[in-house]
Ligand binder design. Structure first.
Ligand SMILES: [Zn+2]
Length: 450
């Protein structure tokens, strides 16, 4: 029904989700039809931490759009305990994608294109720790393994999709106070009830969320003047012990890094800065990071590239790690490059980032910088991207096209040769320090950082 699709497209473009439809993964064969990816318009999460029974439950309501008939796709690592589509109970099957890249949940109901509502409940058990005085809980993520974004904790879409998300928190039976560290707008109803609204450009890799009993972590709050005149609220906090004396040092580091980044790439793109000094590598979020002291620059750089210029899938995810590593090593330029990788050419539904980004990816950026030296190198292009295309998830092919437009030259052959290969030459290169920045943190390790 082309007319219906056209009407739906027109309707949704008006709602500014055209980027989502542009990056909607293609359907794959499923049952008698196909599994179709959806454009989530809005997700309402209601998480109840019951302090007395020491259990946490997440109720979720998602409104989504599909543009063709099929079995709708979503994801959650945990099995839903209740699930309904458009008010009627339904089941969902955990299904491998055709190239075995990843798993998603496919709703077992053939569904007409249009707006739909998914209601589901699931237990929240990962990174939750109940205590006498409250609860510790976080939604920390990783891009080095699949299914480690928001879907690890709550029902979510793949990373391409920008979703208006609201999180309601209920601390049932709480007799003391909780502190929330997050990159959304917090509204407190009472000591037991909060609402957090996240910007509508957020994806499954954007949210920083951490709550703990009040007073548990030493913290430092201050205002940082942006080059555009805004006073950015900054929250620095740490998990105590040897780190508690480091907050003043962290303040100096954050201040100097923001000044460097604003000079290079323009005003900080987020309305606040949250840094959790946890001491085990780092991970980036929109305007926030969990990090150690050595990775502060790398992680805040990601607020521009990764959580500002957002990858829409795994094959675009290496770009920001390559750029961050290139910055970490002082923006070096080289004239030639040998080797190749398949960083851009993993199977279609790949969700995680190729680790070659940190080593070969960095050298590839050095090579591109050398190649564009006569036009100022790569940094002016990066600044241009932040100014013109921030908060629009991209595929690698778009990035290559934008680069061609900016320099009035084609880079297709360079990317093909060095990032669309089949072999990884990473092992031939020395391991770089920045490779260790995003450590693969085991669940027990993350739990210890709560
Ligand atoms: Zn990184």
């Amino acid at each position: 029904m082309p007319f219906i699709i056209f009407a739906l497209l027109t309707l949704t473009c008006a709602r500014a989700s055209d980027h989502d439809l542009q990056h909607l993964p293609k359907p794959f064969a499923f049952r008698d039809s196909k599994a179709v990816f959806a454009d989530f318009e809005e997700a309402l999460y209601e998480v109840t931490y019951d302090i007395n029974t020491r259990q946490a439950v997440a109720k979720t309501q998602i409104r989504f759009l599909t543009i063709e008939a099929g079995y709708p796709v979503f994801d959650s690592v945990k099995d839903p305990t209740t699930l309904s589509l458009d008010g009627k109970p339904v089941t969902a099957s955990l299904t491998r994608t055709p190239g075995q890249e990843t798993s998603v949940r496919v709703i077992e109901r053939l569904t007409a294109p249009g707006m739909h509502q998914l209601d589901l409940t699931l237990p929240l058990t990962d990174l939750v720790e109940f205590r006498q005085d409250g609860v510790k809980s976080a939604f920390w993520t990783s891009d080095l393994e699949e299914r480690r974004f928001l879907e690890r904790y709550l029902p979510a879409n793949l990373e391409f999709d920008q979703v208006k998300m609201t999180l309601i928190l209920r601390f049932k039976g709480l007799t003391s106070e909780q502190t929330l560290y997050t990159n959304g707008v917090v509204h407190r109803f009472d000591a037991q009830t909060y609402e957090i609204r996240y910007p509508s450009h957020f994806t499954s890799s954007s949210i920083f969320f951490h709550t703990a009993p009040k007073g548990l972590y030493p913290e430092l709050r201050f205002g940082l003047r942006s080059i555009d005149g805004r006073e950015l609220p900054v929250v620095l906090y740490t998990n105590g012990g040897v780190f508690s004396s480091s907050l003043e040092r962290l303040k100096d580091r954050v201040t100097s890094v923001i000044s460097e980044l604003e000079r290079d790439y323009g005003p900080f793109p987020h309305p606040s800065i949250t840094v959790y000094l946890a001491g085990a590598g780092g991970m980036e979020y929109c305007g926030a990071t969990m990090t150690d002291m050595s990775a502060v620059g790398h992680e805040l750089f990601h607020s521009y590239f990764a959580r500002g210029m957002m990858p829409a899938n795994g094959n675009a995810g290496w770009v920001d790690e390559a750029l961050a590593s290139w910055r970490d090593d002082g923006y070096q330029a080289i004239g030639s490059l040998s080797g190749s990788t398949g960083m851009s050419s993993h199977p279609y539904y790949t969700r995680s980032t190729d680790r070659a980004a940190y080593s070969f990816g960095e050298r590839f950026m050095s090579y591109l910088d050398g190649k564009t030296r006569s036009k100022g190198g790569l940094k002016p292009f990066m600044r241009h991207l932040v100014a013109t295309r921030i908060f629009r998830p991209f595929h690698i092919e778009e990035f290559i096209g934008w680069m061609g437009e900016y320099y009035q030259a084609s880079f297709v052959e360079d990317f093909k040769r060095y990032t669309y290969g089949t072999r990884s030459f990473e092992s031939a290169l020395p391991v770089r320090a920045s490779h260790e920045i995003h450590q693969k943190l085991h669940p027990e390790m993350l739990q210890s950082l709560l």
